[in-house]
Design a protein around this ligand. Structure first.
Ligand SMILES: Cc1cc2nc3c(=O)[nH]c(=O)nc-3n(C[C@H](O)[C@H](O)[C@H](O)COP(=O)(O)O)c2cc1C
Length: 195
């Protein structure tokens, strides 16, 4: 089962990108393979012109289609997720997240917009037909610190949220591997989909 780390920050270096890598490392420690796609690396003109003939864009859309699970990460910009992430999501087919598990995460300058993932991004993920969207992870800049020597340090309050998100995604992937026709709900009996 493959996991895509989808980064939606236009910045580099990026706090969001670092938190996304951190989640990727935790998933790898549980034995999950992952690949990475940063929207900022896509050709800007093709992205903004929705040029489906562009090979890099085509491949990026395929990479999303091939993933079983997506960890989608964005900084909060103007009380929402970033414009470049929306530009990319707009290029996916209407059911572009069908059958996929999605773990959303964001970094923001303050707690003020900690619900942005839930009021802005989550409806888009649902509209794209995600199978299950996990509880969002939100960290402020003050809760993350970076050193070139020791890498990312995450406040304890965020560390347990990250671990909970990683564990939930990992458990759902394992359950899906065993029972492909069922939705995994943590601490509950799986629900068989009428498909
Ligand atoms: C254009 C812009 C708009 C921003 N708007 C918000 C905002 O509305 N709410 C907030 O909490 N932080 C806001 N921030 C702060 C970023 O969300 C925060 O610094 C984030 O960690 C940056 O992540 P990055 O390093 O991956 O770009 C904004 C930053 C920028 C550059």
């Amino acid at each position: 089962m493959s996991i895509l780390l989808l980064g939606g920050s236009p910045a580099a270096p990026s706090s969001t990108g670092r938190l996304l890598e951190h989640v990727g490392d935790k998933l790898a420690a549980l034995g999950h393979r992952h690949s990475k796609l940063n929207v900022r690396d896509l050709p800007a003109k093709a992205l903004l012109h929705a040029d489906f003939a562009d090979l890099a864009l085509k491949r990026a859309i395929e990479v999303v289609a091939e993933a079983d699970a997506i960890v989608i990460a964005t900084p909060i910009y103007k009380a929402s997720y970033t414009g470049i992430l929306k530009a990319f999501l707009d290029l996916l087919p209407q059911d572009g997240l069908k059958d996929k598990l999605v773990l959303p995460l964001a970094t923001g300058g303050s707690q003020s917009h900690m619900l942005a993932l839930d009021y802005a991004l989550r409806p888009v993920l649902q509209a794209l037909d995600a199978r299950q969207v996990f509880t969002s992870i939100y960290a402020t800049s003050q809760q993350l610190s970076w050193s070139d020597v020791s890498g990312l340090t995450v406040d304890q309050s965020i560390a347990w949220r990250v671990q909970a998100g990683v564990d939930a995604l990992s458990a759902a992937l394992h359950a899906q591997r065993q029972q492909p026709g069922e939705v995994f709900v943590a601490n509950a009996q799986p629900v068989r989909l009428a498909r």
